[in-house]
Design a protein. Structure first.
Lengths: 880, 117
C-alpha cells in the first residue's frame, strides 16, 4: 500500500459519515440511470427497477466492500463498538457505577503504591549520572559501619583521585539562626568544598563552594536549599547580599540550590567544613564520606583501589586498624534500608491482591450481566453476527469499563498520594519524589489494559459460546452449568484472597499490640522532649555549659505543669550513635560501649530503676571525682570478659569526647551504680552495653530535654518556653515531640504498614462480600421457579432459607480452606515485620476465618430471605 | 471464467483487472460517472464478463485514494448531482504500468502453454 493511500484511509475514518452519504447517493444515481436505460429498452417501471437491482448486485455487500477499500475496517468497527459499548453502559448506570468504582479502588490503590515503589526503589536518583555517586566507609567487621577520621579522609582524597572525580566529607550540624524576632534552629551540613560536585548540583542563584573555601581562614559563608530560601528567608530576591546570623556569626549567603531533592531533606543549609588542627586526629571517626566515581569506574574497582590505599596507609598501625575493609557502595542502594524495602513490597503485594479481587469481582459482575444479556446476544448471532464480532464487541465494552475505572483510579491515586505524602515522607529517603508522573501513568495504563483483558475475556468467551437456541428458548432455567460453576469458582477465589489479606493485616496489628505492651524499661507517659543546641560563641567552655544546664533544669523544675526534668545527650528509646571504649585493668582489649551523658534528673524522670550502687547526683560535677553508671547489659559483659562480679566501686578508663574540640580524653572513672537496661533499638535487637556519664563532668553542646508534665502536655509548653527564655533569650528549642512519638518511630518501624494493609484487607473483604452476594442473589433469581415448586410441594421457608445459606457457606468454606493454604505460603514473607507473633498465629487466623465466614453469612442471608419470602403461586404463574 | 470463488463476489473479474479496465475506459472516454463506467465495461466485454455493476464503486474509491483518478461533481442524465471520474497524470502512468504488467503476464502464460503442448 502506498503511503498516500494509507493516509487517505486514515482520513476516511474521520470522513466516515460524509463518505457513507456520498456512496448512498452514488448508488441511488446508479440505480436511477440503470432503470432509465431499462425502461428505454421497453421494460415496465416495475421490471426496470428489478432489472437494475439485479445488475447492480448485492448492495450491502458492495457497501461493506467499499468500507473495506476506503478505510481500515477494524478501526471503524472498534469505534462503532466503543459507541455501542458506551450506550450500553449508559443504559445500565448502576452496574457501570459499581464496576467502575470497584476497578477504581483496585487500580487507584495500585497506582498510588507503585508511585512509592517507583520513587523509592526503581527510579534512578535525581542527580546527573546517579550510578556514579557512592558512599565510602570503613568496616572494622563485616556489617559494621564506621565513620571516617579527617586525616584518613584527606589521605583518601589525595590518593584516590584516579577513581574518584570528587570526594567529599560531611558532618551534620545544627545552628541557631537569630534575627529580630528571636532564634530558630536550623539543621545543616558542614561539607568539604567539592560536595556539590559529588551530586553534580549547581546553584540556581549565586554559586556553590570554591576549592579554597574549606581551608582555614576562609570567610564564613553558606549555601541555602531552595526550601530554606523560600520559607526561612521569605524568598528574598536579594538573598545573596544578606548575612544571616548563625550561632552569633554573620554568614554570607553565596548561593541557593535549585528546587528538588535537597528540599525533601531536613538539611536547610551547607557551610564549608574547615578542619581545625585538633580535628586532624586519626582515631576520631566522625565524617560521612561521599564520592563521585570517574566515568567507566565501577564501585567494585573503586573499592579495590581504596583497599590498596588503606593497606598502604595502615602499614605502621595496629592490627585492628589494618584488618578493616573499606566499603564503596552505590548511594542508591543505601538510601532504602532492608526493613523499609520489605514494608514497601509487602504493602505492594497487598494492593496487588486487592486488584486481583477487584478483577474477580468485575468478572463476576460482567458474567452476571452477560447472562442477562444472553438473549440479546443470541438474537444478534442469529442475525448473522460472527462469534468473533460478538467477542470483539463484549471485549470492547469491558475495555471501556476498565478505561473508565482506570481514569477514576488515577484520580483516586492522585488523592491518595496527596493525603499520604506527609505521612510517609519521613520514612522515605529524601531522593524519593512521590508523584503521578508519566511512568506512574503508564503503569496505570498497563494495569487498566491488563485488567480489561483479564476481566473481559472470560465473560466474552462464555457469552459467545452459549448455545444460540438455548438462549433464545427462555424456558431453560436453573443455576447449573459451566457458567454458574465459573462464577462460584471466582467467589471462592475471592474469599481465599481476602483471607490472605485479612490474616496479614491481623498479624501486623497483633504485632503492633505486642509492641504497645512491650516493656521498654522507661516510663514515657506525658513526657515531652525537645533539643537544645548551645552556640559555641555564647558557651565557649564546658563549665559555662554545665552551669547553664543546671540552671535550666532547676528553672524548668519550678515551671507550672512540670513534674520532672531530665537531660541527656541522646533520647531514650533511640539508638545511641556515640560509641566509645572502656579499658578495664588487666584485660588488653577495650570493651566497646555506647556512651550517653545524662543529668541527675534523667533516671528519675524516666523511671529507670537503679539496681545496684547509686544513680547520678548533683554532687557529681566538675570538682568531684569522675563517676559513671552502667547498664545491666554492660555489667553482664564485664562479668563475662573481666570476671568483674560486682562492678560498683571499680575504676576503669573511659574514652570521653571533649566539649567543643574533637579531642578524646581517657580519664579514670569509678563505676558507682548499675541501672536496668533501657531499650535503645527496635525489638529483637538485644540491649547494647551503655555507660552513663554525668553531663556536668563531660558537657556536650547538644542535649535533649525530657520533661514530664501534668495531664495536659500542651498546657505546659508555654511555661517551658518561657523558662528557657528567661535563662537565655537567644536559645531556640527544636524538635519538640512527645516520647510516645519517639517510641512509635523506634519500635513500630517494621509493623508500620499495619494500618495500610488493614485498610486494604477491609476493602478486600468488602469486595468479596459483594461478590458472594452477587452470585447468590443471581442464583436465587434463576432458581425462582425451582424454589416455587419446592415450596408448592411443601418445603417451608426455613428449609429454603437454609438451602440458600448452605450454598453460601459451602463456597465460603472452600474459599477459607484454599485461603489458609495460601496464607501458610504467603505470610512467611512477613516474618521480619512481625514482633513476637508467629506468621501462623492461631488467634489471627481464627479471627480472620470467623470474620470472613460471618460476612459470607450476611452476604448469603439477604438473598436467602428473599428466596424464602417468594410466593410459590406468583412465581409459577409468572413463569407460565 | 468459470472458476470464480463465490465467497469473494467482488472478484468476478481476474484479480487486479478491474483497475485496468476502469483506467482504460476513462482514458478512452474522458470523464464518466460510475454507472457509465460500468455500462461501458459491460458493453465492450459483452457477455464474457460477469460483472456486478455495483463493484465498480469500491474500485473507484481505491483508485481515487491512490491518486490515479480525480472526481468532479456533475449532473447525471436523471438530473442528480453525481461524481464524474477522470484520469489524472499519475493515472495515465499507472495505466501504462498496468498494461505492461498485463502483457508481460499473458505473454508468460502464452509461452508456458505453448511450450507445454
Amino acid at each position: 500500500m502506498t503511503v498516500r493511500r494509507a493516509v487517505e484511509r486514515l482520513l476516511a475514518l474521520v470522513r466516515r459519515r460524509r463518505l457513507d452519504r456520498e456512496l448512498e447517493n452514488e448508488i441511488l444515481a446508479h440505480l436511477e440511470l440503470a432503470e432509465r436505460d431499462a425502461m428505454a429498452r421497453g421494460l415496465s417501471p416495475e421490471e426496470a427497477r428489478r432489472a437494475a437491482r439485479r445488475r447492480f448486485g448485492g448492495i450491502d455487500q458492495m457497501k461493506e466492500e467499499h468500507r473495506d477499500q476506503r478505510s481500515f475496517r477494524w478501526i471503524e468497527t472498534l469505534l462503532r463498538d466503543l459507541r455501542y459499548g458506551l450506550a450500553a453502559l449508559r443504559r445500565a448506570p448502576g452496574f457501570t457505577a459499581i464496576v467502575v468504582s470497584v476497578l477504581a479502588l483496585g487500580i487507584g490503590a495500585n497506582v498510588a503504591m507503585f508511585s512509592v515503589v517507583d520513587a523509592a526503589l526503581l527510579k534512578p536518583l535525581p542527580f546527573p549520572q546517579p550510578d556514579r555517586i557512592v558512599r565510602l566507609w570503613e568496616a572494622p567487621q563485616p556489617g559494621v559501619l564506621n565513620a571516617t577520621s579527617a586525616p584518613d579522609f584527606l589521605d583518601w582524597k589525595r590518593l584516590a583521585n584516579t577513581v574518584f572525580e570528587a570526594l567529599s566529607a560531611e558532618q551534620s550540624i545544627s545552628v541557631a539562626l537569630t534575627d529580630k524576632d528571636g532564634a530558630t534552629r536550623l539543621s545543616g551540613k558542614a561539607v568539604t568544598a567539592d560536595y556539590f560536585q559529588v551530586f553534580s548540583t549547581r546553584a540556581q542563584l549565586g554559586r556553590t563552594f570554591a576549592p579554597e573555601e574549606d581551608q582555614p581562614g576562609a570567610a564564613p559563608m553558606i549555601v541555602l536549599s531552595h526550601a530554606a530560601w523560600q520559607s526561612d528567608f521569605g524568598g528574598d530576591p536579594d538573598i545573596l547580599h544578606r548575612h544571616p546570623i548563625l550561632d552569633g556569626v554573620p554568614h554570607q549567603v553565596i548561593g541557593v540550590l535549585p528546587p528538588g531533592a535537597f528540599d525533601r531533606d531536613e538539611t536547610r543549609f551547607w557551610k564549608p567544613l574547615v578542619f581545625t588542627p585538633d580535628q586532624q586526629v586519626r582515631d576520631i571517626h566522625w565524617l560521612t564520606v561521599y564520592g563521585r566515581l570517574r566515568g567507566g569506574v565501577t564501585a567494585a574497582q573503586a573499592g579495590e583501589r581504596m583497599q590498596a590505599i588503606h593497606a598502604a596507609l595502615t602499614e605502621t598501625r595496629s592490627i585492628e586498624d589494618r584488618k578493616a575493609t573499606i566499603v564503596v557502595a552505590p548511594l542508591a542502594r543505601l538510601l532504602v534500608g532492608a526493613g523499609l524495602q520489605r514494608s514497601i513490597y509487602v504493602a505492594f503485594g497487598a494492593v496487588a491482591l486487592v486488584l486481583l479481587i477487584a478483577c474477580a469481582n468485575t468478572v463476576n459482575l460482567l458474567l452476571a450481566k452477560a447472562a442477562s444479556r444472553g438473549r440479546e446476544l443470541a438474537v444478534r448471532a442469529a442475525l448473522g453476527a460472527s462469534r468473533g464480532r460478538l467477542i470483539a464487541q463484549l471485549l470492547t465494552e469491558s475495555m471501556v469499563l476498565c478505561l473508565l475505572g482506570g481514569v477514576a483510579g488515577i484520580a483516586l491515586a492522585a488523592l491518595l498520594i496527596r493525603v499520604a505524602t506527609p505521612i510517609w515522607a519521613d520514612s522515605l529517603p529524601f531522593t524519593a519524589d512521590v508523584k503521578l508522573d508519566l511512568r506512574v501513568l503508564s503503569f496505570a495504563g498497563v494495569v487498566a489494559l491488563g485488567v480489561a483483558l483479564l476481566a473481559g475475556t472470560f465473560p466474552a468467551l462464555r457469552a459467545s459460546f452459549s448455545n444460540v437456541a438455548e438462549s433464545l428458548n427462555r424456558s431453560v432455567r436453573g443455576s447449573s452449568g459451566a457458567h454458574a460453576r465459573l462464577r462460584r469458582a471466582i467467589v471462592i477465589g475471592e474469599v481465599a484472597l481476602s483471607l490472605v489479606l485479612v490474616c496479614g493485616a491481623l498479624l501486623l496489628f497483633r504485632s503492633l499490640l505486642k509492641l504497645q505492651q512491650l516493656d521498654t524499661g522507661v516510663r514515657i507517659e506525658n513526657v515531652i522532649t525537645m533539643s537544645v543546641d548551645l552556640p559555641p560563641g555564647a558557651y565557649p567552655t564546658p563549665q559555662k555549659a554545665a552551669l547553664f544546664y543546671r540552671a535550666m533544669a532547676q528553672r524548668l523544675q519550678a515551671a507550672p505543669g512540670v513534674s520532672q526534668v531530665g537531660l541527656s545527650t541522646v533520647l531514650p528509646l533511640q539508638w545511641i550513635s556515640n560509641g566509645e571504649g572502656i579499658l578495664v585493668p588487666g584485660i588488653p582489649e577495650q570493651v566497646h560501649v555506647r556512651f550517653k551523658r545524662v543529668d541527675p534528673g534523667y533516671f528519675r524522670a524516666l523511671g529507670i530503676p537503679v539496681l545496684a550502687g547509686r544513680g547520678i547526683t548533683g554532687q557529681d560535677n566538675d570538682g568531684t571525682p569522675r563517676v559513671m553508671v552502667i547498664n545491666q547489659a554492660l555489667a553482664a559483659r564485664l562479668a563475662e570478659v573481666a570476671r568483674m562480679k560486682d562492678p560498683v566501686g571499680k575504676v576503669v578508663r573511659v574514652s570521653t569526647p571533649g566539649y567543643l574540640e574533637t579531642r578524646v580524653f581517657i580519664p579514670e572513672v569509678e563505676i558507682v551504680g548499675v541501672i536496668r537496661s533501657e531499650r535503645v533499638s527496635s525489638p529483637g535487637d538485644s540491649d547494647p552495653p551503655v555507660v552513663y556519664v554525668p553531663l556536668a563532668q563531660a558537657p556536650s553542646p547538644q542535649v535533649k530535654l525530657l520533661i514530664r508534665t501534668g495531664a495536659e502536655m500542651a498546657v505546659a509548653m508555654p511555661a517551658i518556653r518561657e523558662a528557657v527564655r528567661e535563662i537565655d533569650p537567644n536559645l531556640p528549642l527544636g524538635d519538640v515531640e512527645t516520647m510516645q512519638q519517639v517510641r512509635d518511630r523506634t519500635l513500630s518501624g517494621a509493623s508500620r504498614p499495619a494500618g495500610l494493609i488493614g485498610a486494604f484487607a477491609a476493602i478486600a473483604v468488602l469486595l468479596a462480600g459483594i461478590g458472594l452476594y452477587g452470585v447468590l442473589s443471581h442464583t436465587v433469581t434463576l432458581q425462582r421457579r425451582e424454589i416455587g415448586i419446592r415450596m408448592a410441594l411443601g418445603a417451608g421457608a426455613t428449609e429454603v432459607l437454609s438451602h440458600v445459606l448452605r450454598n453460601a457457606l459451602s463456597m465460603v468454606a472452600v474459599g477459607l480452606g484454599l485461603g489458609l493454604l495460601a496464607t501458610f505460603a504467603l505470610t512467611r514473607v512477613m516474618k521480619n515485620l512481625l514482633f513476637e507473633v508467629s506468621p501462623l498465629d492461631p488467634v489471627a487466623l481464627t479471627v480472620a476465618c470467623v470474620s470472613i465466614a460471618l460476612i459470607g453469612l450476611l452476604a448469603g442471608f439477604l438473598p436467602a430471605r428473599r428466596a424464602a419470602s417468594l410466593d410459590p403461586v406468583e412465581t409459577l404463574r409468572e413463569e407460565g | 471464467m468459470s472458476a470464480i470463488d463465490m465467497s469473494k463476489p467482488q472478484s468476478e473479474v481476474p484479480y487486479g483487472t478491474l483497475d485496468l479496465l476502469i483506467l482504460k475506459t476513462l482514458e478512452a472516454m474522458g470523464p464518466l460517472h460510475g454507472y457509465a463506467i460500468s455500462r461501458r465495461i459491460e458493453q465492450v466485454s459483452g457477455d464474457s464478463l460477469q460483472l456486478s455493476q455495483g463493484s465498480v464503486h469500491p474500485a473507484l474509491i481505491r483508485l481515487e485514494q491512490e491518486g490515479w483518478i480525480r472526481t468532479d461533481w456533475g449532473i447525471s442524465e436523471t438530473n442528480r448531482k453525481v461524481k464524474f471520474y477522470s484520469l489524472t497524470r499519475a493515472g495515465k502512468k499507472q495505466l501504462l504500468v498496468e498494461v505492461a504488467n498485463w502483457e508481460k503476464a499473458t505473454a508468460l502464460v502464452a509461452h508456458f502453454l505453448e511450450s507445454m503442448s
